[in-house]
Design a protein around this ligand. Structure first.
Ligand code: NDP
Length: 474
């Protein structure tokens, strides 16, 4: 028995750990363990790959690549702020797609040189190339939008769908020409030239696909691109005849697809509508409702002292965390506030919207960091019926996910997106710094509700002041 015969066994173990890891990631209580199990599996897979016969001469180069990538990944993951995590995910995801595309190009060139091109493998190689390149450039655009390097708004122009469709059609046509050459054994056009043009077209398609998507749809897009990368990697697995790549890529593709579906559902949208619809398109502030004071209603601003009084008379408080809470890193102050209220017999629950913050599970991770017990976190469907019984809904740095226009204004770009029914609470306190809109760029009618009191300020600072005021009333 040679070491090489053990490689499939190692790959099988790794594949099982990936599945167990994914299972662990499905609950906050087991997520850390799940991550560790999958990481251990990946280590086994990487080590096993070094013993594969066809890796022989390349070990130093691979080690150099692992060192560079490992250091960059480690440093990036350590330094990145929680609020910039989606960009990071987009970047890593794009790297995966790009890697699959590069493997495909090199493998096609190698097989051609050896004269062993055949239809099945070439088809897989082409798919890995196209899907990987689309994922690479699409993720780069998503990164640019989230990082603010390019406009986060939807970029649209007349005849856009025609251009995008044309790019897709040209990619498909050239791919057919290439495959016809593989089947016939002779090429009308130099195949590596075809590969180069197909690569450029696929890159352009990724850009064309993501540029018109804007605002609140970005989370769904990143999840979709993630699924693409999985597919590209699985195809690269077929090309390289590597079972683990096929399994791992399929897992990523399948879980990314499921997540994309769940997120679309959370926004009450079909995937087609996300990709080609108007949601998140250029949305001038005011599109979702009257600007402050337009119809005689006005903003009611309060100080920390008033907020403390309101809270101290409450029996049921629902905290609604959002992106601003993450920006301010207010999770520990919020926990302190909740502890204080609970010590006085006031019930405190947290309402978690599926797309609150800037990535799926953002609020769960943030609150877990402050040791908020999981059983106090409630999903939208669970908590929505409870708002009408809540004495105070305390909205901290959340905006779009509380916007009643999603329910009541068919003209609003977020119409149809399920929201937290904050407006049904008896009293509403909103903590944010100004009247600026949230991610979707639209006004929020909630702030003009007579039940709403605005406590303007940085979330951490404002919550800290409320805590101080509450302590005075002890
Ligand atoms: P929003 O982006 O709608 O609103 C956040 C609010 O926080 C802003 O209005 C801002 O107001 C306020 N804020 C910012 N900094 C601070 C601070 N330091 N202290 C206090 N308040 C602050 O957030 P939501 O969580 O309500 O909604 C998430 C949005 O992001 C949705 O549109 C969602 O679709 C989108 N999205 C979600 C992703 C996900 O996967 N969860 C990924 C990408 C986008 P002000 O400036 O006045 O303080």
């Amino acid at each position: 028995m040679t070491v090489e015969t053990l490689i499939p066994v190692a790959y099988l173990i790794a594949a099982v750990t990936f599945i167990l890891g994914l299972k662990g990631l499905s609950s906050p209580t087991t997520a850390v363990q799940g991550n560790r199990i999958a990481a251990a599996g990946m280590l086994i897979a990487v080590i096993a790959t070094f013993f594969a016969a066809d890796v022989n001469g390349g070990v130093p180069l691979i080690l150099a690549g692992v060192a560079v990538g490992g250091v960059a990944g480690f440093a990036g993951a350590r330094m990145v702020k929680m609020t910039a995590m989606p960009q990071m995910v987009a970047l890593f995801n794009g790297a995966g797609g790009g890697a699959a595309a590069l493997v495909a190009i090199l493998e096609f060139a190698r097989q051609r040189e050896l004269g062993v091109l055949e239809f099945g493998a070439s088809l897989a190689t082409l798919l890995a190339l196209i899907i990987g390149a689309v994922s690479f450039s699409g993720s780069a655009v998503a990164f640019g939008k989230l990082q603010g390097l390019i406009t986060p708004k939807a970029f649209r122009y007349g005849g856009q769908q025609l251009v995008t469709g044309g790019i897709a059609a040209a990619t498909a046509l050239l791919s057919l020409v290439l495959l016809a050459g593989v089947i016939g054994g002779s090429f009308a056009i130099e195949p590596m030239l075809l590969i180069a043009v197909i690569t450029l077209l696929a890159l352009a398609f990724g850009v064309a696909l993501v540029m018109p998507i804007g605002g609140a749809d970005m989370p769904v897009v990143i999840s979709l691109l993630n699924a693409y990368t999985g597919l590209a990697v699985a195809m690269a697995g077929f090309t390289l005849n590597n079972q683990l790549l096929i399994v791992a890529g399929t897992l990523v593709g399948a879980s990314g697809t499921i997540l994309t579906r769940l997120m679309s559902k959370a926004m009450n949208r079909s995937l087609g509508n996300v990709l080609f619809g108007a949601f998140g398109a250029v949305t001038p502030a005011g599109a979702a409702g009257p600007a402050a004071g337009d119809d005689g209603r006005s903003i009611r601003s309060i100080g920390p002292e008033d907020a403390a009084i309101l809270l101290s008379y409450a029996q049921n408080v629902i905290v609604v965390p959002g992106y601003g809470l993450a920006v301010a890193q207010a999770q520990h102050s919020v926990r302190e506030l909740a502890d204080l209220l609970e010590s006085r017999g006031i019930s405190v629950k947290y309402a978690i919207h599926p797309v609150a913050g800037r990535m799926p599970g953002h609020m769960n991770v943030l609150l877990a960091e402050a040791n908020v017990p999981y059983d106090k976190l409630f999903d939208m469907d669970q908590i929505n019926p409870e708002f009408q019984r809540a004495d105070v809904a305390l909205v901290i740095g959340a905006n779009d996910v509380t916007n009643p226009a999603a329910r009541s204004n068919p003209g609003s770009p977020i119409y149809g997106m399920p929201i937290l029914d904050v407006d049904k609470a008896q009293n509403i306190i909103v903590i944010k710094r100004s009247m600026k809109p949230g991610f979707a760029g639209i006004d929020n009618d909630l702030y003009l509700d007579p039940k709403t009191a605005m406590l303007f300020g940085d979330a951490k600072d404002a919550v800290g002041k409320v805590v101080q005021e509450l302590k005075k009333t002890a």
